[in-house]
Ligand binder design. Sequence first.
Ligand SMILES: Nc1nc2c(ncn2[C@@H]2O[C@H](COP(=O)(O)OP(=O)(O)OP(=O)(O)O)[C@@H](O)[C@H]2O)c(=O)[nH]1
Ligand SMILES: [K+]
Ligand SMILES: [Mg+2]
Length: 523
Amino acid sequence: MSSRLRPRWPANTRAHATSTRLPVDLTSPPHHSDLPELVPSHAQRSTIYALSTPPGKGGVAVVRISGPDALTVWQRMALVRASKGKEVGPQPWKMERCKIVHPVSGEALDDGLTVYFRGPKSFTTEDVLELHLHSGRAIVSAVLNALACIPSLRLAEPGEFTRRAFEGGRLDLTQVEGLRDLIDAETEVQRRAALRVAEGSARVHLDKLRQEIIECSALVEALIDFGEGEDLEDGVYNRAREHVQRVRKHIHKILSDNRRGEILRSGIRLAIFGPPNAGKSSLLNFFARRDAAIVTPIPGTTRDILELSLDIGGLPVIVADTAGLRQTDDLVESIGVERAQKAVEAADVNILVLSLPDIITKTTSGPSITIPPFVSPLLTKDTLVLLNKVDLMTASDLEIATQALLDFSDSGHWLVSLTKDEGTDVFVADFSAALRARYNLLQEEDVNESPLITHARHRTHLETALQFLDAFLQTPFEQRITDDVVLGAEELRYAAQAVGQISGLIENEDVLDVIFRDFCIGK
Ligand SMILES: Nc1nc2c(ncn2[C@@H]2O[C@H](COP(=O)(O)OP(=O)(O)OP(=O)(O)O)[C@@H](O)[C@H]2O)c(=O)[nH]1
Ligand SMILES: [K+]
Ligand SMILES: [Mg+2]
């Protein structure tokens, strides 16, 4: 065996590799084991506590305690009536009625319930105690103050319970994000998608992907171990190459998802646009079911963009009402028109509102539709079109108009009267169906096909992985022999590492801090 290749991961290969060949410099060192140690020693851990339910008056408040002294807290603060012959101690995973008392004075603070979760079978994987109290300001603050009297305890940081669950290996980072998205979910679609991720759908998928890359790198490493100089088996190398090509294709497919997961998580950006007085603000108010925007018969009423986060047919949609598009000398209005154009370009979905009587013209050769000049540049094949004010049309005019509309829009158009509430039911049903179709949510079950990328962070790491795989594929076999097979294996390792980072393997502290900071205290 070549002595140059014998040490599998010489300390200097990384420096060589990152400075000359690799597309991205990952500052973390290459890992020898596939699964870096995630579980830190619990020995020096402090015991944390916090109120885990919203503060204020209510049925129940839950104070959560996690860490090595959870049991001590039970012993000092939970007064259980001991039945004869029974040993007094918490029965793990069972709710027990007790008096909650002050650990120093012994004064009764509340009559409540406790549950003791013995680690590692708990949310944080540590010993966890839950105190279920009556929810009231004085009760909760008395109990929190009492806990503060136990010297080894401290108040939890935001998201610290979840962070411990992550560090204990109970959740990977996608599950942590899924859990946060679940709590933040405002629509059915968001709730279902987040629940799937929290349950580990992305974790499983990514784990498999990472394993596949590791298998590729094992094949290449086999060459390093057994290859004899010029006689390296090209069969093995080609097998690895084919395998890498498959993985590359898979990642590429995940990345070409039209940002579906991210859009569903943060909301579909919908811009309402059209000429003045078409009924754009009326449409926003219709979606919102309240008078959110000013509606008047004066053209140019809306000047600035008005955005609302709404639930439309179970989908999260951020709806923007915009200024009517027209040529104007009014400075304020012209800024509004400019903003409207930008909003249309930035939106995920656009809906054009037109006043039907205003766009139908009767010519000698029959009726025709005229799209106002300011509007037509923004009209694309994906634009949805709402033809409003049908109540102002006579039945015969409407029939003529319908004929003229046949080939009007690829993505669908609807005839409505927003003031008379005509055609609006069909419109809402069709409109949300069109959105669902666009985001692959045709059936309820399709949500179970939850998107893999729900955060920009995931996309970044997958793109990095793709770059490493490409770097590997760029070098042909012949060059590998004379060049450096170790480098090829390393490129694959970096790719595996990048995928692993999505799950939180070797994610850096700053990134973790940002992710957990968005949780509230007690979660
Ligand atoms: N007859 C009739 N009038 C309508 C209908 N929808 C809206 N209108 C009226 O049309 C006028 C303009 O409506 P808006 O919602 O303010 O129109 P807009 O497109 O937001 O107008 P700008 O903000 O000025 O660009 C108001 O007087 C509405 O009451 C409809 O279906 N039928
Ligand atoms: K108006
Ligand atoms: Mg308006």
